[in-house]
Design a protein around this ligand. Structure first.
Ligand code: SF4
Length: 325
């Protein structure tokens, strides 16, 4: 398991599943890793791989009553799965989220000023003497102007609405922000502006991000380290440089072969994955990727590979590297 003394989040054998009458969905199946303070930790994978479930669970934001969680998630050394009442509220001030669809996450009947006041209302701080000053500070911090405060969401563009979503996430002065497909609904040019804003805010405020996306190109651009997920399992965790120079897991190799190369001199053959992702209600035994892996061996069909450190700070769950130190 990844180890670091500066870890802000540490997940140990985390399992998340949804228990319904129709069966149990294994959304996240026994994952362990750490997120370092001040880094952008990308989580990437195909739709339905469990990346959003994992990211939101790390800050106890799963609202589905069918959700069951096992294992431990430490934030500031406390297991957040045990937190209640005041302690849970305090943790939620320090850990915020930016959602994918800014239109759906902003109340259309409230002005931007009222929307930015919501976190202060929730946390019993709406009578703070400096509230108006703080609201103005927040809107300027995300590149909008104070006149936007009297507007309604429908009067703003998609990019402006997402900036309001970011300002709201910053209101409680958090340490950690989960960006859940935060730029996926935006046009490519607006995407780049919002990504730049997130990078600037991270540097200025010393934030830690968990950046979730199905778009490996975007995750690759902004992340210090990337976790590649497949069917509820983490297949590989590596730094940007490691993924660029030596992607090891067959699934990561396939994902990366599909994105335009940054270095035009590098020619990578496109690896096409055959078949569909199996259902998380009935995942295959052994390596969950074995039904689609061109390098599948006999052992892969019955023995689940552990996520192991195969070179410094580079973790892979694949039997091809069982003998690696
Ligand atoms: Fe492929 Fe086996 Fe590695 Fe899974 S463990 S990725 S099936 S080689």
């Amino acid at each position: 398991m990844p180890q670091d003394n500066e870890a802000l989040i540490k997940a140990e054998h985390l399992k998340i599943y949804f228990k319904r009458k129709t069966g149990t969905t294994h959304a996240v199946d026994d994952v362990s890793f750490e997120i370092k303070r001040g880094e952008t930790f990308g989580i990437v994978g195909e739709s339905g791989c469990g990346k959003s479930t994992l990211g939101l669970s790390l800050i106890r934001l799963m609202t589905d009553p069918a959700t069951r969680m096992e294992g431990n998630v430490y934030f500031h050394g406390k297991n957040i799965l045990d937190l209640k009442g005041k302690e849970l509220k305090e943790m939620r001030m320090k850990a915020q989220v930016i959602f994918q669809d800014p239109s759906a996450s902003l109340n259309p009947r409230r002005t931007i000023r009222q929307i930015l006041m919501e976190p202060f209302e929730i946390h019993g701080l709406k009578n703070s003497p400096d509230l108006e000053k703080r609201i103005e500070e927040l809107i300027l911090m995300v590149g909008l102007d104070t006149y936007h405060l009297s507007r309604y969401p429908h009067e703003l563009s998609g990019g402006q609405k997402q900036r309001v979503g970011i300002a709201r996430a910053l209101a409680m002065d958090p340490e950690l922000i989960v960006c859940d497909e935060a730029v996926s609904a935006l046009d490519v040019s607006v995407q780049a502006q919002v990504l730049n804003l997130l990078q600037d805010l991270k540097a200025k405020l010393g934030l830690t991000y968990i950046f979730i996306s199905h778009n490996l190109n975007v995750v690759y651009q902004v992340s210090d380290r990337v976790a590649v997920m497949y069917l509820g399992n983490i297949m590989e965790i590596a730094t940007y440089d490691q993924l660029y120079a030596r992607r090891m897991h067959p699934y990561t190799q396939a994902l990366l072969s599909a994105i335009p190369q940054v270095d035009k001199n590098e020619r990578v053959e496109r690896i096409r994955l055959e078949g569909d992702v199996p259902s998380p209600n009935n995942p295959p035994p052994g390596c969950r990727f074995h039904t689609r892996c061109s390098k599948c061996m006999e052992i892969c069909k019955s023995v689940k590979p552990e996520l192991r450190e195969v070179e410094p700070d580079h973790f892979v769950a694949c039997h091809l590297y069982d003998d690696a130190q």
